[in-house]
Design a protein around this ligand. Sequence first.
Ligand SMILES: Nc1ncnc2c1ncn2[C@@H]1O[C@H](COP(=O)(O)OP(=O)(O)OP(=O)(O)O)[C@@H](O)[C@H]1O
Ligand SMILES: [Mg+2]
Length: 394
Amino acid sequence: MRNPYAPGAGQRPPELAGRDRELEAFDVVLERIARGRPERSLVLTGLRGVGKTVLLNALRSAAVRRGWGTGKLEARPDVPLRRPLAAALHLAVRELSGRHREEADEVLGVIKAFALRATDPGARLKDRWQPGIDVPAASGRADSGDIEIDLVELFTDVAGLAAAAGKGVAVCIDEMQDLMPEDVSALCAACHELSQQGLPLIVVGAGLPHVPAVLSASKSYSERLFRYLRIDRLERDEADRALRSPAKDEDADFTEDALAALYAATDGYPYFVQAYGKAAWDVATATPIDGPDVAVAAPQAEAELAVGFFGSRYERATPAEREYMRAMADLGLENGDAPVATSAVAQVLGRKPQSLSPARDALMKKGLVYSGERGQIAFTVPHFGRYLRGHASD
Ligand SMILES: Nc1ncnc2c1ncn2[C@@H]1O[C@H](COP(=O)(O)OP(=O)(O)OP(=O)(O)O)[C@@H](O)[C@H]1O
Ligand SMILES: [Mg+2]
């Protein structure tokens, strides 16, 4: 029998458990935007591995089912938004074009102009990059070089096309915390403008828990544009469903003991649920999968997580950054891995807080830690403190 579980970043789970509330909320958004009503779009926030990406993909599919044009991009630190956004909108417009070929070609020309307008004119000459749009670039629209002006014009044109087709456009942006500051600000301004005009284009986002802080630091009105939904670990019954439903499709099941042991180990974190489900399935020789199966599977699941989930991230950190995280982990032992004060980290290391800011900032940029509140710091990776405490330093 094939193993149905799917541990891995962005891997579609066999059963998307416990996300009905978010899916329903998004349906309401789609419905209202389609009617030209003002409505805040959604931004999913949460720790690593809680299922933001797969839920964002599910939201996108919901938009596709309504005939909307959709595109997706993943923000990266220090990578300007222009090109990835142009590629995402290119796709969205192609999905929409259908009966509106001519208008669509015009809009594609604007997208191309937008993409080709590099911020640094010198770079433009050397750079032979082409957006792969086979219509001539328009001129005088979305190509001023000022990202805020250009985005408003671009979104207006794309949304206009969607409105003419009686549809909408959803642009999905994952890892939203990594957008560059000027891009965040321009995105907010453009979304604001569109909602005032009642045009059917929305930005749907996902990112780490501090995304709301990133957006509101940029534009104070961002809370009126986005509704933040905190994606969290699964409740016991949801975690059970995530495990049992795919098993049942293969005529297998888990005992109550097994499910309790699995929840104790995974805390309901979706990535862990998939990793443990996969290991337990591999170990079990008969159905139902029972407590002893889970006990045998646990070290295997932990070993895989140590490499694929924790280790790959730990390796991205420099020695100074590792030291910083180890100090956080030591403090976490006392407070159950809740956020810790940066001043306490400095104290543990016997250093001045300012001297540690470079390490802390670098860790934030790498997405390993985040600051939900001023002066506080926490791991973005669930159980990371425990992982560090259990692995000798190297
Ligand atoms: N609702 C769910 N039910 C069951 N499994 C889930 C659910 N959501 C996510 N998963 C599983 O959890 C894992 C992590 O999902 P995903 O990559 O979407 O997390 P993420 O929040 O985007 O993480 P990261 O911050 O690292 O990008 C995947 O293996 C996925 O199959
Ligand atoms: Mg993700």
